[in-house]
Design a protein around this ligand. Structure first.
Ligand code: ATP
Ligand code: MG
Ligand code: MG
Length: 378
């Protein structure tokens, strides 16, 4: 049988591996962590870093196709693999997603509106910033996630101090926009250019980390939902993208849709697809790699996903196990734990998908779950 490989051993890799195995494939994971969530469940686990040419050569020898679950994998690693086997997404697309300046330039090229911004790589560029971008958010161009590497600034003095605090690395300053809410769209595109999308996800972040995703008809006004799907597809087509891509958006108070950023992989906001759609984002990832037909996913349940962060494993600083037995009593509750060995505050440990016949029922069950676990209600 064929073997599918993934760079990165986190929870996204684990769910990819589990899905690929259920579909009849062997799997290989490259991650230097002995206890990586994906490595623990994969047929093969190559325990080296992404920069190790021998590890990459071993992955290429084992596999028939390779993907990534981690957007900061060096594009050079993907390019090395691509000399001997199909790699999706391509290094060129991942390189754009890794760099906010390149990413924003791509949005402009595709004609998809993004927040007004300026690239800041030098003191001269910092001094030349237009006052119209303040108040704004200074974001490192590379390596940020879960709101890390971002500082909100109101004045030029704060901007200068923030750039120093970020060690004067390459940054993007974005104008702070008045958000009504946030949403995202996941698309999958095949080698032959067929493209399908998941329904629009409405997302709530807390402390820069995704907390809740709600998906049902009317979660986002239909006009913005259609615009978001069309915009996500044009971003993917503009990259000649192959694989699963998530595009994050803001809906502004005036109703305008603005693109925020992309992730070149399955995304936390798409985890509901495991239980509320007939085809999950991980199955689409496998289908893209194995060159199987892409099917437009069909939603069969209203759904709410709650992220389960490491904070739930502590009470007043003392370690505890969350009350899974009570959660599993709830109708339509689907628990997904990632098998991570140590819980830390803010660390993504699992998620809970709630499915129901109606949005009201899903919300009722989700609020019971937040009460049991001690998560803030929404
Ligand atoms: P992720 O973990 O999704 O990759 P990230 O660290 O890359 O997150 P962003 O998505 O850039 O961070 O921003 C995190 C959050 O900060 C957004 O989801 C949004 O709530 C808020 N935010 C970011 N940029 C803006 C903006 N220009 N105006 C208003 N709010 C913003
Ligand atoms: Mg990001
Ligand atoms: Mg984001």
């Amino acid at each position: 049988g064929a073997t599918l490989g993934v760079l990165g051993g986190g929870q996204l890799g684990r769910m990819f591996v589990q899905t690929a195995q259920a579909m009849g494939y062997f799997t290989a994971v490259l991650d230097k962590d002995e206890t990586s969530p994906a490595g623990l469940v994969s047929h093969h686990h190559i325990r080296t870093g992404y920069e190790d040419p021998q590890g990459l050569a071993e992955l290429a020898r084992l596999c028939d196709a390779v993907t990534t679950e981690f957007e900061n994998v060096p594009a050079g690693a993907l390019n090395q693999l691509a000399t001997s086997l199909p790699v999706s997404p391509a290094g060129s697309a991942v390189a754009i997603a890794q760099d906010r300046a390149a990413e924003k330039a791509h949005f402009v090229k595709c004609g998809v509106p993004c927040a007004p911004y300026a690239v800041i790589e030098t003191a001269a560029q910092l001094a030349a910033v237009n006052d119209a971008l303040l108040p704004g958010i200074l974001k490192t161009a590379r390596m940020g996630y879960d709101g890390k590497g971002q500082i909100r600034v109101k004045t030029r003095a704060e901007l200068v101090a923030a750039w120093d605090e970020l060690k004067q690395v390459a940054c993007v300053l974005e104008k702070m926009l008045p958000l009504a809410h946030e949403c995202s769209v996941i698309v999958a595109r095949s080698r032959s250019g067929d493209i399908v999308n998941l329904p629009v996800q409405r997302n709530l972040h807390r402390d820069g980390i995704l907390a809740v995703t709600e998906v049902f008809a009317g979660n986002v006004p239909p006009v913005q939902a259609e615009q978001a799907i069309a915009a996500a597809k044009s971003v993917a087509i503009g990259l000649d993208y192959v694989g699963v891509l998530c595009v994050e958006f803001f809906v502004l108070e005036n109703g305008q849709l603005v693109v925020n950023e992309i992730a070149p992989r399955p995304h936390n906001s798409g985890h509901y697809s495991q239980n509320a759609l007939d085809v999950s984002q991980f199955e689409l990832q496998v289908r893209c790699m194995a060159n199987l037909p892409l099917v437009q996913p069909r939603q069969h349940s209203a759904t709410i996903m709650l992220n389960l962060l490491g904070d739930l494993w502590f009470s007043g600083g003392v370690a505890k196990t969350p009350a899974w037995d009570e959660i599993l009593q709830l109708p339509g509750a689907h628990l997904h734990l990632y098998g991570k060995v140590d819980a830390k505050p803010g660390r993504k440990m699992g998620h809970l998908n709630i499915t129901a016949a109606t949005p009201e029922k899903a919300r009722e069950t989700a609020l019971k779950a937040t009460a049991i676990l001690g998560i803030e209600a929404f």
